[in-house]
Design a protein around this ligand. Structure first.
Ligand code: UTP
Length: 217
């Protein structure tokens, strides 16, 4: 199976590097890559937010702030590429397609998020599935950090994902999948699964549909 695995930066670096998560990711990716064709995209997480917040109060441009986010995600991508045997850090989608090893991407272009990088990559390589690993473990009816009544949605359609991510974005809640990525996913009928770290302990089970996250598609 051709799989794009999008790892939330906030999963890998919630405040410091989570070495347990790192070890689980390395083990699962090394196991899965003998059976599947894998492409990894990792976000900037706390590192990106710290750098962007520190720089924002000074006279700077959005492009500079985005570059701090991109470099933070590339730092996380390099960490994974260093730990996973035969993996390689790549800087854009073109390099990912032509990589000799298992390609790992961070951010590529100012003005977007790594969700969009992952969705575009999945479109270009014609992936069968995109798996996003988040710290919340799925898509919820509301932000579970703020609303104790928030419920996890086990299955949703592409159009539901699109309207959902737009609404969440408007409300200022950081969306589980950003609206641009949601539109690309929907246009390409790209099956997408949003899971938590617990499910990441057995990626093969996730790929066969056995997980406690959200399925879109
Ligand atoms: P991320 O997509 O890494 O966000 O982008 P995140 O919040 O860390 O996501 P998780 O935790 O992985 O889910 C961080 C910032 O980096 C810039 C943007 O400013 C974004 O908000 N960025 C990232 C880009 O400008 N272009 C990219 O291709 C990726």
């Amino acid at each position: 199976m051709k799989v794009v695995l999008r790892i939330g930066g906030s999963v890998l670096v919630p405040s410091e590097i989570d070495e347990g998560v790192l070890a689980a990711l390395v083990a699962q990716v090394e196991k899965a890559r003998s059976v599947h064709s894998l492409f990894l995209v990792v976000g900037g997480g706390r590192t990106a937010r710290r750098y962007i917040t520190a720089a924002r109060t000074y006279n700077t441009t959005d492009e500079v702030l985005d570059t701090l986010g991109i470099l933070s995600s590339q730092l996380n991508a390099l960490l994974l590429a260093t730990c996973i045997g035969g993996a390689e850090l790549v800087r854009d989608i073109h390099e990912a397609i032509h990589a000799r090893g298992l390609p790992i991407l961070g951010g590529t272009t100012p003005g977007q998020t790594t969700d969009t990088v992952a969705a575009l990559l999945a479109e270009v390589v014609n992936a069968e599935i995109m798996v996003k690993v988040t710290h919340v473990g799925g898509i919820f009816t509301a932000d579970p950090a703020r609303d104790p009544g928030a419920k996890k949605i086990s299955k949703m359609s592409f159009s539901q994902l699109e309207s959902f991510s737009r609404e969440e974005f408007k409300a200022g809640i950081s969306s589980v999948i950003d609206p641009v990525a949601a539109a690309i996913i929907s246009q390409n009928n790209l099956k997408t699964v949003v899971i938590g770290v617990e499910d990441m302990k057995d990626l093969e089970k996730v790929l066969t549909g056995d997980h406690s996250g959200t399925i879109v598609g």
